[in-house]
Design a protein around this ligand. Structure first.
Ligand code: MN
Length: 293
C-alpha cells in the first residue's frame, strides 16, 4: 500500500492517479494536531488497516490537485547513517567529518532535527544569501513500525513499517573557517525531503534488488544498488536499538552512495528508488534569518 500525506496533513491511499482520503479513520482529536496523524496510523496499523479493505468507501481526490507533504511529517526521531557505501568514503576530502576509512559500522549514527523533513510538493530552501556549499545525498528512508529495544538484526524486519525516498541535504564544513555541528548543518527546515509516498514494506519486498538514483537538472549525479550498503537496514535497526528505543514513526536515513555534489537555488533535484517512487524538488533561497549562514 502507498500512503500519501497531503495538504493540511490529510492522509490517503494512492490508487494510480487518485488518492483515497482516509483521514476519517484517524480520531477527530488529531484535527488539532494533524502532523501526528501518520504516527497514530502506524502505531495502530495492525488494528485499523483492515478498515481499508474496501477503499471505495473513502472520498477520491485527484493526486494532481494536492500538495504532497513528508511521508511522515513528524517523526519522533530522525536517525542518519554516515559513511555507508565504500565508494562514497573519502570523496568529499577535507570536508568529511567521518575519519578516513571508518564506516557506519564503527561510527554508528547521528541525528538530524525531525523538523527538517518535507514533502515531494515542497521546495528545498537554502539559507538566504549564503556562499556555503550545500550538497545532496541520495538515501533510502526507512520508517519504523513498532517499538524496538535491543533488536537483533535477525528480527529487525518486524519493526519496519515502510520506505520512502530521502534526500539528506547538508551544509558542508570549510575546515578552519566554518565547522558547525553536523546536526545543525543537516537540520535546516526542508533539508530532509521524504517521499513521495510512504510505501509499506510488504509492497516493497526485497530491498537488495533495488537501485537508487539522483539527478540535478536532468543530469544523473548518483546511482547505487541498495545491496551495496555496508550497514544494511537490519543492522542499522540493531545498532540504533542497542542505544535507544526505536518508536513507531521514527525515520532512518540509511546513508549516501558516491556522487554527492552541490545544489544552488534554481536547481531541480530528482530522486528515484525502484518500486518506491520518484520525486522532483525545486531548490530555492529561504527567507532571510536573523542568524545568517
Ligand atoms: Mn547522509
Amino acid at each position: 500500500m502507498r500512503l500519501a500525506v497531503f495538504d493540511d496533513y490529510r492522509v490517503g491511499v494512492v490508487q494510480g492517479e487518485d488518492i483515497r482520503d482516509i483521514t476519517a479513520i484517524v480520531p477527530a482529536e488529531f484535527e488539532s494536531w494533524p502532523a501526528q496523524r501518520v504516527n497514530w496510523l502506524i502505531r495502530n496499523w495492525p488494528r485499523v488497516s483492515g478498515r481499508l479493505a474496501d477503499l471505495a468507501e473513502f472520498p477520491v481526490v485527484p493526486a494532481s490537485s494536492v500538495v504532497l507533504r513528508a511521508a511522515n511529517p513528524a517523526p519522533p526521531q530522525l536517525f542518519a547513517i554516515p559513511a555507508n557505501y565504500h565508494a562514497h568514503i573519502g570523496e568529499i576530502g577535507s570536508r568529511a567529518i567521518t575519519k578516513r576509512g571508518r564506516t557506519a559500522r564503527e561510527n554508528g549514527f547521528f541525528l538530524k532535527a525531525a523538523g527538517s523533513v518535507s514533502g515531494a510538493g515542497e521546495p528545498v530552501p537554502l539559507p538566504a544569501g549564503s556562499s556555503r556549499r550545500f550538497d545532496h545525498e541520495c538515501e533510502l528512508g526507512v520508517i519504523i513500525g513498532s517499538h524496538g529495544r535491543n533488536v537483533p538484526r535477525e528480527r529487525a524486519v518486524e519493526h519496519v513499517f515502510g520506505y520512502a525516498c530521502l534526500i539528506d541535504l547538508t551544509m558542508r564544513i570549510e575546515p578552519g573557517e566554518f565547522e558547525e555541528e553536523r546536526s545543525l548543518r543537516k537540520s535546516f527546515r526542508g533539508f530532509t525531503p521524504l517521499g513521495p509516498h510512504l510505501v509499506t514494506a510488504d509492497e516493497v519486498g526485497d530491498l537488495t534488488v533495488l537501485s537508487s538514483r539522483l539527478s540535478v537538472n536532468g543530469e544523473q549525479r548518483q546511482g547505487a544498488a541498495l545491496k551495496d550498503m555496508i550497514v544494511d537496514v537490519a543492522e542499522a535497526i540493531e545498532l540504533i536499538s542497542s542505544v535507544v528505543d526505536l518508536q513507531p514513526g521514527d525515520v532512518i536515513a540509511s546513508g549516501t552512495p558516491k556522487g554527492v555534489g552541490p545544489v544552488v537555488p534554481g536547481d531541480e533535484v530528482t530522486i528515484e528508488i525502484d518500486t518506491i517512487g520518484a520525486m522532483s524538488l525545486t531548490v530555492i533561497e529561504a527567507a532571510p534569518a536573523p542568524r545568517p549562514f
